[in-house]
Design a protein around this ligand. Structure first.
Ligand SMILES: Cc1cc2nc3c(=O)[nH]c(=O)nc-3n(C[C@H](O)[C@H](O)[C@H](O)COP(=O)(O)OP(=O)(O)OC[C@H]3O[C@@H](n4cnc5c(N)ncnc54)[C@H](O)[C@@H]3O)c2cc1C
Length: 565
């Protein structure tokens, strides 16, 4: 039997940032540039190439372009999201988008410019970049800061929380036998969204060829759920419309060179299904396939060789598999239309609205805890720059309010419970099931009963109840999994976190008794949008093992929502 002896290291700091990705790094930088506060930033990977930006991106998709304003940005997000967004949050982001873009350029990000020195726009709200190195650029900006201590390869598993107050977090190193207990006056959660909940597009060794970062496994959501934080809009899942098999973005082609979607008969089909919002473009594709009109394509045949070369380059910047596929098959978008498909659903607050329920400062409902980036809810279409904006907002709020706050330690009993919980997986008797068994059973249950790809994203109450039962069973099986090394321990916590996210997601899907966002939330018991009853947020709090649903009224652009109700 393998039992690892785990050492315990305790660290005290002013600010703890969990997740050194886009939002986390920028928040740390803002704090370092505007205060002397001590910051510890913890990442399960190495911040140089961690999270969504690991492979690079080729555009900044949230920017106030020529002729646009922060107000028009809010209107765009509201329309695209069928009216249910936190306008106040989107507005605070919109007002900062161009400022954080400039800061990113000053840090060294190459932004493409025209002959007048103006940024080249890819659309009204998107600009072109050479973003292969965007993550190393962000990481380099903070590595040498005296006030920032970076802990790479440490996986945080839970907050240190008592009576609704977050006192820090606990986790373990993936490389050394060490448990880290980190106390902080303020904690920021920036762990990104949740991938791997549903059965993915590709099987076996290609299963991680998915749209969202496969290493963002919903840890921040799960910690918040277990700690009793209010969550919002999990039912607004995100499903990406992508190039088939490579799961490379389609926007690079569709927006970059203005290309339309066609079905197998060459017909432009999206307009048959309504205004071409993000989710309608996906829904139209799913419907055409169901009607037997698939496969569907981006009509690239006949573009110029110059445009083809640009696409080869653009994909090398952020989804090299697509360029390699073309080259390997000796073809390209000029001679062959690009086939498209929907991915499995994700929970990601940077594209849709799922995540922590926060106020304008990005404070969560747990005391001393902030949430930023993809893990924070209410404000879809944040993308890279929106995440930076939220990092800045939380940082400035902390600097303004931290004052003389004291460290407040967890009681010995509570602390030891957490430490025992981490080590128990080494002591568990050999489980009948492997970690992979549990992961695949979860993904199958979610796919078949909670609206995955194989069900054309549809579900109903009866199916959701079955999904809920399966997830509950899997949670108890997961509790008995056996770890033989630190890698396996990490995988166990990743699957447990995803099961918690599934549990909350299923309740949210059940609670919204309408269909508001086609495919993202396709409830066959209530197949129509119902503005009269459902122009509201579905929120939840996890208490005593149950997900309790709370409904909240919409918050307008200039309204001040500060956790008062
Ligand atoms: C494939 C893809 C392409 C995209 N393309 C574009 C684009 O072209 N333009 C654009 O503007 N936006 C794009 N986006 C969106 C944008 O990249 C994200 O919204 C943004 O980067 C998310 O930032 P974040 O800080 O919330 O998460 P991330 O940057 O993913 O950071 C999360 C961090 O948390 C760490 N972490 C997770 N769990 C733990 C844990 N338990 N303990 C410790 N650390 C943990 C992770 O390792 C990671 O470093 C794209 C997203 C994806 C997935």
């Amino acid at each position: 039997m393998v039992i690892l002896d785990l050492n315990i290291k305790t660290i005290d700091t002013d600010v703890l940032i969990i997740g050194g990705g886009t939002a986390g790094c920028f928040s740390a930088l803002t704090i370092a540039e505007n205060s002397n506060l001590q910051v510890v930033i913890v990442d399960k990977a190495n911040i140089k190439r961690s999270g969504c930006l690991a492979a690079g991106v080729n555009a900044l998709n949230a920017y106030i372009g020529k002729g646009e304003t922060p107000e028009s940005f809010v209107e765009y997000v509201k329309k695209d999201s069928e009216g249910v967004i936190r306008e106040d949050l989107v507005y605070t982001i919109a007002k900062r988008l161009n400022k954080v873009t400039k800061k990113l350029e000053d840090l060294g990000l190459p932004i493409l410019k025209d002959e007048n020195g103006e940024y080249i726009q890819r659309g009204k709200r998107s600009i072109k970049i050479n973003g292969e190195n965007i993550k190393p650029i962000l990481a380099e900006a903070i590595v040498d800061k005296d006030t920032i201590n970076i802990l790479n390869n440490v996986n945080i598993i839970d907050y240190l929380v008592e009576s609704g107050e977050v006192k820090g977090a606990i986790g373990f190193s993936i490389n050394e036998n060490t448990i880290y207990e980190i106390y902080a006056k303020k904690t920021i959660c920036a762990t990104g969204g949740a991938a791997g909940l549903y059965k993915p597009n590709n099987p076996t060794f290609s299963k991680h060829k998915m749209w969202y970062s496969p290493f963002n496994t919903g840890a921040g959501y799960a910690m918040g759920i277990r700690g009793g934080a209010e969550m919002t809009s999990y039912e607004m899942r995100f499903i990406a419309l992508r190039c088939k098999d490579t799961i490379a973005p389609t926007g690079t082609i569709a927006q970059g060179i203005k290309i339309v979607q066609v079905n197998s008969q060459g017909e432009e089909y999206v307009k048959k299904y309504g205004k071409p919002t993000t989710h309608i473009r996906l829904y139209a594709t799913v419907m055409e396939n169901l009607k037997g009109n698939g496969p569907c394509f981006l009509k690239t045949e006949g573009i110029s060789s110059e445009e083809e070369r640009e696409l080869f380059k653009a994909y090398l910047n952020m989804a090299p598999a697509q360029t390699l596929k073309w080259l390997e098959r000796n073809t390209g978008p000029l001679s062959k239309n690009v086939e498209i498909e929907g991915t499995e659903p994700y929970i990601v607050g940077g594209h849709t609205a799922s995540g922590y329920w926060v106020d304008r400062d990005r404070k969560t409902t747990l005391q001393n805890l902030y949430a930023i980036g993809d893990v924070a809810g209410g404000s879809p279409k944040k993308y890279v720059t929106g995440c930076l904006a939220e990092g800045e907002i939380a940082a400035m709020s902390i600097i303004a309010t931290i004052g003389d706050s004291e460290f407040d330690k967890l009681s010995e009993i509570e602390k030891n419970e957490k430490i025992d919980y981490i080590s128990k997986f080494f002591h568990n008797d050999k489980s009948l099931y492997s970690i992979k068994d549990v992961e695949e059973a979860m993904q199958k249950a979610m796919d078949e009963y909670a609206g995955g790809i194989s069900m054309a994203y549809r579900y109903n109450k009866t199916k959701l109840r079955i999904a809920a039962e399966r997830i509950e069973e899997l949670l108890s099986i997961a509790d008995n999994l056996k770890a033989n090394n630190l890698r396996q321990l990490l995988s166990i916590f990743e699957v447990i976190d995803r099961l918690y996210v599934c549990k909350v997601l299923i309740r949210h899907l059940e609670a919204r008794e309408e269909t508001r966002w086609r495919c993202y939330q396709e409830n066959t018991d209530y197949p129509q949008k119902d503005n009269e009853n459902w122009n509201k947020y579905v929120n939840s709090v996890y208490k005593d093992g149950k997900v309790q649903i709370i409904f909240r009224g919409l918050v307008g652009r200039d309204k001040i929502y500060e956790h008062t109700n």
